[in-house]
Write a protein that binds this ligand. Structure first.
Ligand code: F6R
Length: 609
């Protein structure tokens, strides 16, 4: 779960690398480092902590046309200067940056120690530097191949060589690596965002691929090290610009961006079919008749994406009456899943690089299952692996905690549910009502955001609590889970989401005057029951915060604080109800002085499993 970058060309490599790392810092931020070649010597600068610490360390006058860089999320070995990458080999002829996990590093390390090679870090990655150097009597390409052949595990790796100042060698297996082809310059990176301003032409490596890069040319090899031609692809320019646009944090900017990102998820209206009360999703690669054959849908994802799947599954079942399950990708991959011909699998992911989801998808595909993606990042590993799907078009999400990607995922699933529903039981009249309600969603989200100051007041009032409960029913239940995840993730306050109905089956024991309960209550079938649950909390002197679309006076009497969201169709209420919860978490975390964009121990993209 790290970011790697390598540069070769006429610019000052150190500046390009530091700029690239700034773009990649979301992938891990506990330490960072760069390595460059000057006067036939490999120089390494690395520093524990945020990238700013490294920037202070790197001399301004450093001049070299090539180098590699890394921003780390620790797996093997604690957070320290020595465990930071790049790692240099025992003869100081090779430096590497690595993203991934080398599963057999212990036995390789023992073997290398027996040969008299000493290690300076506790990382798994260091073995790779030594192994390449060990085989370097031949040319570097062969040395890398021999080293990779010894490795079990995942890698995105870039190596530079003391005696070969005009090449970088990269390889990928399970961790992304993309070449940006510039004008007389080359940049290799985990993510195309590191190419900012340098290149819009990208070569995406597939698992098992290796690449030998020079400033003006490159050579790609497949898993058998046979040379293969890969066509450069033009990358989306939008994904390369990141700015806080005047907001204090990316997280706040991304929360406030949701009217726009939700419009984009609806294709600026182009994915809605007002005339037929339906939706149009071009990338599904399904024939109209294929829809009739779908007997089950299984949705796969992790974390926030999993919760979006939980919302989506309920909407699909309500509108399309197709039995739909949500599966935790990390569990599914080891469960020997029963894959059936008429089951449609949907993999949800913002980054498209989540290792658990990728491995689960491969397992399903290996058993012959059809997997479509609900993906944000265009060209990401999952987007390329799946047979089609829906891009969520949420735009680049920089803050580690997912917000706008979540609502865009729900929007994409809702459009799919509407499309499937209209092919089944949903009449055109209700389809039209939904289309109209969907097109009103961005304005309703804006109405909530315009009242953010009210949430801020509530947040500050409760920010000293050490534990929160989030409670809801039905479509709002996953929103309670997401609300709790958001709060714990960025404020480090303990928070749990439960179904309101499940309260008295255990969690009620947690309620006391110091533990606020946040209820998400929409008008509809479960409204009265939710009021009873609030009574149960009130009777135990628990504080109650309510997010609701109801003006019912009983809520105002029961709640210590409440926030009213605009009304919409019941299936669309999760899209509105989650906004105040995102704001609540943000304002609490900010009030407590937390690092809201880069919370401790986390990384944006979980590329290791
Ligand atoms: C929480 C969060 C994570 C991700 C999860 C899946 O705010 O961001 O729970 O949702 O790691 O990531 P993607 O969607 O990139 O597959």
């Amino acid at each position: 779960m790290c970011g790697i970058v390598g540069y070769l060309g006429p610019r000052k490599a150190s500046s390009v690398l530091l700029q690239g790392l700034r773009q990649l810092e979301y992938r891990g931020y506990d330490s960072s480092g760069i390595s460059i070649l000057t006067n036939k010597k490999i120089k390494i600068y690395k520093k524990e902590g945020k990238l700013a610490n490294l920037i202070q360390e790197v001399p301004e006058k450093l001049n070299s046309p090539l180098g590699i860089g890394h921003t780390r999320w620790a797996t093997h070995g604690g957070v320290s200067d020595t465990n930071a990458h790049p790692h240099i080999s025992y003869k100081e002829r090779v430096a590497i940056v690595h993203n991934g996990i080398i599963d057999n590093f212990t036995s390789l390390k023992e073997e290398l120690i027996e040969k008299g090679i000493s290690f300076s870090s506790d990382t798994d990655s260091e073995v790779l530097a030594h192994l390449i150097d060990y085989y370097l009597d031949e040319d570097p390409e062969v040395a890398v191949q021999k080293a990779l052949d010894r490795i079990d595990g995942t890698y995105g790796v870039i190596a530079l060589f003391k005696d070969y100042p005009d090449i970088l060698i990269g390889a990928r297996n399970g961790s992304p690596l993309i070449l940006g082809v510039g004008d007389g310059e080359s940049i290799l990176a985990s993510d195309a965002s590191a190419f900012i301003g340098l290149s819009r032409q990208a070569i995406y490596l597939d698992d098992g691929d290796m690449i030998v890069v020079k400033a003006k040319e490159y050579k790609t090899l497949d898993r058998h090290y046979k040379e293969v031609f890969k066509q450069p692809e033009t990358i989306d320019a939008q994904s390369t610009t990141i700015s806080k646009e005047g907001f204090d944090h990316f997280l706040l900017k991304e929360i406030f961006e949701q009217p726009r990102s939700l419009s984009r998820a609806m294709g600026e209206g182009g994915r809605l079919q007002a005339e037929f009360g339906s939706a149009k999703l071009g990338g599904l690669n399904l024939d109209t008749r294929d829809f009739f054959d779908i007997e089950n849908i299984h949705i796969i994802g992790m974390g926030t994406a999993y919760y979006a799947g939980m919302v989506g599954s309920q909407i699909i079942e309500r509108l399309a009456r197709i039995p739909t399950q949500v599966l935790d990708a990390s569990e599914l991959r080891f469960s020997n899943p029963i894959v059936k011909k008429n089951t449609l699998y949907l993999a949800i992911s913002q980054s498209g690089e989540t290792a658990d989801t990728i491995t689960a998808v491969k397992e399903i595909q290996n058993k012959g299952g059809r997997v479509l993606g609900i993906i944000n990042v265009v060209g990401s590993t999952l987007a390329r692996l799946t047979e089609g799907g829906v891009y969520t078009h949420g735009g680049q999400e920089v803050s580690v905690a997912s917000t706008k990607a979540f609502t865009a995922q729900i929007m994409a699933l809702t459009l799919l549910a509407l499309l499937l529903g209209r092919k089944k039981d949903v009449p055109i009249s209700y389809g039209k009502i939904l289309v109209k309600a969907l097109s009103d969603i961005p304005a309703k989200v804006q109405q909530i955001l315009d009242q953010a100051h009210k949430i801020k007041q509530i947040a500050e009032k409760y920010s000293s609590a050490s534990s929160f409960l989030f409670l809801a029913r039905g479509l709002n239940y996953p929103i309670a889970l997401e609300g709790a995840l958001k709060l714990k993730e960025i404020s480090y306050i303990h928070a749990e989401g439960f179904s309101s109905g499940g309260l008295k089956h255990g969690p009620l024991a947690l309620v006391d005057e110091k533990t606020p309960s946040v209820f998400i209550v929409s008008e509809g079938e479960t409204f009265e029951k939710s009021l009873s649950n609030m009574q149960e909390v009130k009777a135990r002197k628990g504080k109650i915060i309510v997010i609701t679309d109801s003006q019912d006076n009983r809520i105002k009497t029961l709640a210590d604080d409440y926030f009213i969201v605009p009304q919409s169709e019941e299936v669309l209420m999760p899209l509105l109800n989650v906004i105040p919860l995102q704001l609540l978490s943000y304002y609490i975390a900010n009030h407590l002085g937390r690092d809201v964009d880069q919370p401790r121990n986390l990384a944006k993209s979980v590329t290791t499993d």
